[in-house]
Design a protein around this ligand. Sequence first.
Ligand code: NDP
Length: 296
Amino acid sequence: MTDPRIIDGKAFAEKLRASLTQIVTGLKQDHGLVPGLAVVLVGEDPASQIYVRNKAKQTAACGMRSFEHRLPADASQTALLSLVAQLNEDPAVHGILVQLPLPAGIDEHAVIDAINPAKDVDGFHVVNTGRLATGAPALTPCTPLGCLMMLQDRLGDLSGMEAVIVGRSNIVGKPMVALLLSANCTVTIAHSRSRDLPAICRRADILVAAVGRPEMIRGDWIRPGATVIDVGINRVPSETEGKTRLVGDVAFAEAVAVAGAITPVPGGVGPMTIAVLLRNTVVAACRQHGLPEPAI
Ligand code: NDP
């Protein structure tokens, strides 16, 4: 039997994709609308190629249209901006994702700024970050939204809970603050300059680790019974010579003995990210067509 403390992100993502498949079927039948996601990959970064392939596969599996655009590593910023402009105008494309990181020499901000905010399914455009921060309807970054969904599924109403987020990036830490605040948590965000990080973490009913440092958060930093969301994905050498394995930012074996619930790595936050990307594409398509948003 699986440990009830483990939050199974893979199963949660499967459930979300199953609901999306049903919603997409309904949109096709009732409105002739097929949500479409365009993913743009520049260069040949191996990890990015795997992500893009998985995104395309899962988009199609949910009954949506998937458009893949590949540009060579030496493509100019002008060529990329012109592709984004073309996708902005394409009525079959409801969501646009430019896979990051981009090769050196291309200004990420300029590219993100060029995406129509209504199609910005990554939620990185300043219009969407501003809307999220002010509580207006936004397209919300996928990883933190997936974390919130898993927290609410496990804990129900989060009102009044102490939430601590370690990491203040624009793609995880900062949007996580906005989401947990909107769920009425008392939120602390810590980073590399925070003093006495273990003491800050021990306050948390909800601890979100998004640091990028293998197993930095130890078991004795965790308040007994706390819910721990480990966003980190770190590749480290494995016991088998020449092989590697994935670990999170939390020392899992220590943490699982203390926490009330915890996401594993792999199989926790990671699978949710793509499922939420598909959810954002469906939401974007409904908004663009003036249809009611699905409650997911
Ligand atoms: P960034 O590198 O952009 O941000 C890391 C944050 O951690 C920074 O705010 C940094 O602080 C803080 N930090 C670094 N060292 C310490 C320290 N010793 N003590 C306290 N804080 C520290 O990372 P991302 O947010 O992009 O990603 C974080 C992790 O999450 C990575 O492992 C990444 O691979 C993973 N990730 C996983 C995703 C998924 O789908 N599961 C999606 C996105 C990311 P400062 O600002 O002061 O430098």
